[in-house]
Design a protein around this ligand. Structure first.
Ligand code: SAH
Ligand code: SF4
Length: 377
């Protein structure tokens, strides 16, 4: 059944009018969903029984079934969900000094196949629908309502499993739903979409007229290293990628964040940093580099850069006039790297079966508790 979070407000108006009801009913439904966070149609008390029945027959409030909840020492919390077709996805809740963010998944697996990434180990099974992406945020908002009344998801990062620009239309629909001022109203400037560099989609995104932030996973200062790490670079080499980024900047005058994971001996030498300075110099005013200490994935050979490499790299960029920051890590003690919880879960299940794994049993108990609390809120 379709997720109740699939429809924009305009889609709701159309749906409700098609069934012979007045348009303002759509706004009421929308308010129940995004202002009151209800998880049951019967809670929509100002709607007639007929409209409630119509909703119940066509939509589900729970397209996600919680499997595991894991909380790290820094409170970062990971949620593993089962979708209606039994596929697994993961979503992360993070606490920052500036607010609370959620990292959403956009695809089941990922076809981009970056060498360093746990998500890329599993080929894409399918794209998530907009309503399945919104549902991740709503589930976590309800989890907060239950555990920390008054706390609100204030920021979103589209950096979970999948390549958002390979699921472009659904991701745009998701962005418009969560950003809508009568809905969750998460400010566009508080939302960041990260892409591995699909150049034509960056050009399209530049024309959307939406103020959402763009992050590009660069990870290398030249084609040689980038193609080694990210085979997408063969399709859209750096010349083409940067043409698209220049166009994005021309059209939007918005800052672009460049993500750069620090992998020992591969892309973390001072000469790499110098090359990066030269590459970003022409757009230095609007470029911002995020250095990310690599989160090791058991299935691949890479190691995290030692701290002195990270420090030297950072200093070289700063001296070269490129704004940069070393990303604070979240939840490293709970396999928080992109796609890791899911891939480890699937692996453990294959090896031992869930009943043999104590940690999973504990997690399952937590999940059941969370499910009880959240779905009845
Ligand atoms: N597909 C998109 C968004 C999801 S990945 C993209 O690639 O941009 C989000 C970020 O996490 C990307 O910058 C990605 O390169 C990075 N990432 C993936 N695996 C990682 C790991 N093991 N350690 C640190 N960062 C990782
Ligand atoms: Fe896909 Fe992003 Fe992982 Fe690359 S880094 S495999 S694009 S999720």
């Amino acid at each position: 059944m379709k997720s109740i979070y699939s429809l924009s407000l305009a889609d709701w108006v159309q749906f409700i009018e098609e069934h012979g009801y007045k348009a303002y009913r759509a706004t009421q439904i929308w308010e129940w969903l995004y202002q009151h966070h209800v998880s049951d149609v019967e809670a929509m008390t100002n709607l007639s029984k007929e409209i409630r029945q119509l909703i119940a027959e066509n939509f589900t409030f729970n397209p996600l079934e919680i499997q595991i909840v894991q909380q790290a020492e820094d409170q970062t919390t990971k949620f593993l969900f089962k979708l209606q077709d039994q596929n697994m996805i993961e979503t992360v809740l993070m606490y920052h000094h500036y607010g609370i963010s959620v990292c959403v998944t956009t695809q089941i697996g990922c076809n981009i196949g970056c060498k360093f990434c746990a998500s890329g180990l599993i080929p894409k099974q399918r794209d998530l629908e907009a309503g399945e992406i919104v549902a991740q945020v709503m589930f976590i908002q309800r989890y907060l309502d239950e555990h920390q009344p008054g706390a609100k998801v204030s920021h979103l990062v589209v950096m979970g499993i999948g390549e958002p620009f390979d699921n472009y239309d659904n991701v745009m629909q998701f962005l418009r739903i969560v950003n809508h001022d009568k809905g969750l109203a998460i400010g566009a400037r508080h939302i960041t979409v990260s892409t591995s560099g699909l150049a034509p989609k960056i050009r399209q995104f530049a024309r959307e007229g939406i103020q959402v932030n763009l992050a590009v996973s660069l990870h290398a200062p030249n084609n040689e290293v980038r193609s080694y790490l990210m085979r997408i670079n063969n399709k859209y080499p750096m010349e083409e990628l940067f043409d698209a980024i220049y166009e994005y900047i021309d059209l939007t005058n918005r800052r672009v964040t460049f993500e750069y994971i620090m992998i020992d001996g591969v892309n973390d030498q001072v000469h790499h940093a110098e090359e990066l300075v030269a590459l970003l110099k022409p757009i230095a005013k609007l470029a911002y580099v995020n250095l990310i200490p690599y989160n090791p994935v058991v299935e691949n050979p890479f190691e995290r850069s030692p701290q002195d490499h990270i420090d030297q790299f950072f200093d070289t960029l700063m001296k070269g006039g490129i704004n940069c920051v070393v990303r604070k890590e979240h939840g490293t003690d709970i396999e928080a790297a992109c796609g890791q919880l899911r891939s480890q879960y699937l692996k453990r299940q294959k090896e031992a079966g869930p009943a043999n794994n104590r940690r999973q049993r504990v997690n399952r108990r937590q999940a059941i508790k969370a499910k009880r609390q959240v779905s009845h809120s």
